[in-house]
Design a protein around this ligand. Structure first.
Ligand SMILES: Nc1ncnc2c1ncn2[C@@H]1O[C@H](COP(=O)(O)OP(=O)(O)OP(=O)(O)O)[C@@H](O)[C@H]1O
Ligand SMILES: [Mg+2]
Length: 321
């Protein structure tokens, strides 16, 4: 469905020295600085996938999304949607694409939401029946009809994002790019948005590429993760496989009846305080059950729990924090 091939984007910045003198100097002889925002990115996404596209601030996510959705032209490399190059066949390809930026609306501030929808209906020449069906379907997920007569300017952030989501789906695109759609949303709006993504993926087999800094979004929605940093690929794979590879360990927390905590085979005691000790072990070496069996031969155990590395640990390691 989507092929990104050796994609690069450089931005040129005019460097200016500080102060008035620097400003004059910059006018005469501007120093040019090149930023390699995206550097040789390649990946393939199949139809019907929901892919989490993540990375720290400034990693190049939005730049990549803009190139994938035809808003920015790549410096080199290409993006193919269903085999068609987006820069060469922009008009046709864009019909298969929807895009939402959580930080910026694509709707007209001066129109009522419904008027914006009508406008898009004409632009994309959407059949009235299809239009009505789509609105009904999306209304059942997002509750859009109650705000359809409201001017976009007067909407709350959550209402505006809902409006943007519906607008992006009116022409039934096969691919939906969502760049930080949950930013600034309250818990229930976030929940509605996640439900929306799941439903359109299930009902319409829409392929979704999602950028977010909210790990809950990823955990809830994405089986696959692409992690980039400094414009280059860091990780691409199944979420649980990435977790297993980057953090191939678990921690067993054991509460004993007294303060003596014994050692056990194939694990390392990493913490011991009062009656509680923590044992870190590699998943390939042993199991929690074996360690518990081993420990209980030496001491009476009162309680146990297991701490697994979560996505936040992965992010910390992959982002280099
Ligand atoms: N129009 C532009 N002109 C010059 N530099 C830009 C422009 N847009 C982005 N950049 C730079 O390119 C790099 C990548 O920016 P981008 O917006 O793609 O990052 P991002 O991964 O989306 O970050 P965030 O998580 O903060 O949204 C950054 O160093 C940014 O400063
Ligand atoms: Mg961004």
């Amino acid at each position: 469905m989507i092929d990104v091939v050796n994609l690069c984007k450089d931005y040129t910045l005019k460097r200016k020295e500080p102060g008035l003198k620097g400003a004059f100097k910059g006018l005469v002889n501007p120093g040019i600085e090149k930023i390699h925002a995206v550097a040789d990115l390649s990946f393939h996404i199949d139809a019907g996938e929901i892919v989490g596209f993540i990375g720290p601030n400034g990693a190049g996510k939005s730049t990549t999304i803009k190139m994938m959705s035809g808003i920015l032209t790549p410096s080199s490399g290409s993006v193919l949607i269903n085999g068609a190059d987006i820069t060469k066949h922009r008009k046709e390809v864009v019909r298969n694409i929807g895009v939402v930026f959580g930080q910026r609306t694509q709707l007209n501030w001066d129109l009522r939401l419904g008027e914006s929808f009508e406008l898009l209906k004409h632009i994309y020449q959407i059949d009235q029946k299809d239009y009505d069906r789509t609105i009904d379907e999306l209304d059942s997920i997002l509750g859009i009809k109650e705000i359809i007569n409201q001017p976009v300017r007067q909407m709350s952030l959550g209402q505006r994002v809902k409006g943007d989501l519906v607008a992006s789906m009116l022409h039934s695109p096969k691919v939906l790019f969502l760049d930080e759609p949950t930013i600034g949303l309250d818990v229930s709006s976030k929940y509605a948005l996640r439900k929306f993504i799941k439903e359109i993926n299930k009902l319409r087999q829409t392929t979704v590429i999602l950028t977010t800094h909210d790990l809950g979004d990823i955990q809830e929605l994405c089986e696959r993760l692409i992690i980039i940093n400094h414009g280059v690929m860091m990780e691409d794979g199944n979420l649980s496989e990435i977790v297993d590879r980057i953090a191939p360990y678990k921690t067993l927390v054991v509460e004993f009846y007294d303060e003596k905590a014994p050692e056990a085979n194939f694990c390392e005691m990493i913490e011991h305080s009062g009656n509680i000790a923590k044992y870190k072990f590699m998943k390939k070496d042993t199991t929690a059950a074996d360690i518990i069996a081993d420990l209980s031969k030496r001491q009476t155990i009162k309680d146990v729990s297991i701490e697994e590395a979560g996505i936040d640990d992965i992010i910390k390691i992959a982002y280099g924090h």
